[in-house]
Design a protein around this ligand. Structure first.
Ligand code: SF4
Ligand code: SF4
Ligand code: F3S
Length: 270
């Protein structure tokens, strides 16, 4: 089953909820077994590793040393930076120091989820821990490429697509000005929404559970942030293409945009 060309991956967990890992474990294109056994070689991942403690710490350091400049670093979670990062510690080290040690040695860092991309909920006001996304937290220390794959959680297809782009073409995908792959974040949710014709016709849901809601009218007046949110949810959907928030009758809350907890709230306007 194994392909010797599989690139080594070091997957770091910082200040997060593990929702992004849960999303990746439910990837369907390919399924998780194919992703782990045939596509990439995940050498370090705290959630799915059977071992714990000093032995896995050694695995992390050995992998980084052995594959310096050749491994992909995936980061889930924001990095607390206040007071030299003491609000986030793993094995006696701050998350900030771990990121400073590991990310610059990777060939590239892929930030999975809005937390590692832009700070996420940890960075919401008043942000007492000084939480930041990876690129922001490391600044000039990180000279290797960073790709942000935001969403809370992101669609696993956008994460897998970024890796597959590298495997097929030997380079990372084209990015927008927020370091997001254009293949996934090049258009707004509103651009691709199947309720768009209702928006154009002025047909809006004004009340939850109303007749207009049953008819699938536009959710803008309930607070939908689809017009300001770049993501491909209407096109790829979640759970093997089953559904996505607006299809399920819930407004988009802008989960792939920087600072959405502050800038997109209130999420509901009815
Ligand atoms: Fe959890 Fe959302 Fe952060 Fe992912 S981006 S770790 S789902 S809070
Ligand atoms: Fe746009 Fe949201 Fe209305 Fe869809 S439901 S058309 S994304 S405002
Ligand atoms: Fe997030 Fe909006 Fe898609 S809330 S999952 S970007 S529809």
């Amino acid at each position: 089953l194994t392909n010797p060309q599989r690139p080594p991956v070091v997957y770091l967990h910082f200040a997060e909820c593990t929702g992004c890992t849960e999303a990746v474990l439910r990837t369907t294109y390919p399924w998780i077994d194919e992703l782990l056994l045939e596509t990439i070689s995940v050498d370090y991942h705290e959630t799915i590793m059977a071992a714990a403690g000093h032995s896995v710490e050694e695995v992390l350091h050995e992998t980084v040393k052995k594959y310096e400049g050749k491994f992909i670093c995936v980061v889930e979670g924001a990095i607390p930076t206040a007071e030299n990062g003491i609000y986030g510690m793993i094995a006696g080290k701050t998350m900030l120091d771990i990121a400073k040690e590991v990310c610059p040695k990777a060939l590239a860092t892929i930030c999975i989820g809005t937390c590692s991309s832009f700070g996420g909920v940890q960075a919401a006001a008043p942000n007492p821990t000084g939480a930041k996304g990876v690129a922001d937290a490391l600044g000039d220390l990180l000279k290797t490429p960073v790709v942000n794959v935001p969403g809370c959680p992101p669609n696993p297809i956008n994460f897998v697509g970024t890796i597959v782009n590298y495997l097929l073409f030997g380079k990372l995908p084209e990015l927008d000005d927020k370091k997001r792959p254009l293949f996934a974040y090049g258009k707004t949710v509103h651009d691709m929404c199947p309720r768009r014709s209702h928006f154009e016709n002025g047909e809006f849901v004004e009340e939850w559970g109303s007749e207009e809601a049953k008819l699938g009218y536009c959710l803008y007046n309930l607070g939908c942030k689809g017009p300001e949110t770049y993501n491909n949810c209407p096109k790829v959907k979640f759970n093997e293409g089953t559904s996505w928030p607006v299809q399920a009758g819930h407004p988009c809350i802008g989960c792939s945009e920087p600072d959405f907890w502050d800038s997109m709230s209130p999420f509901y306007e009815a």
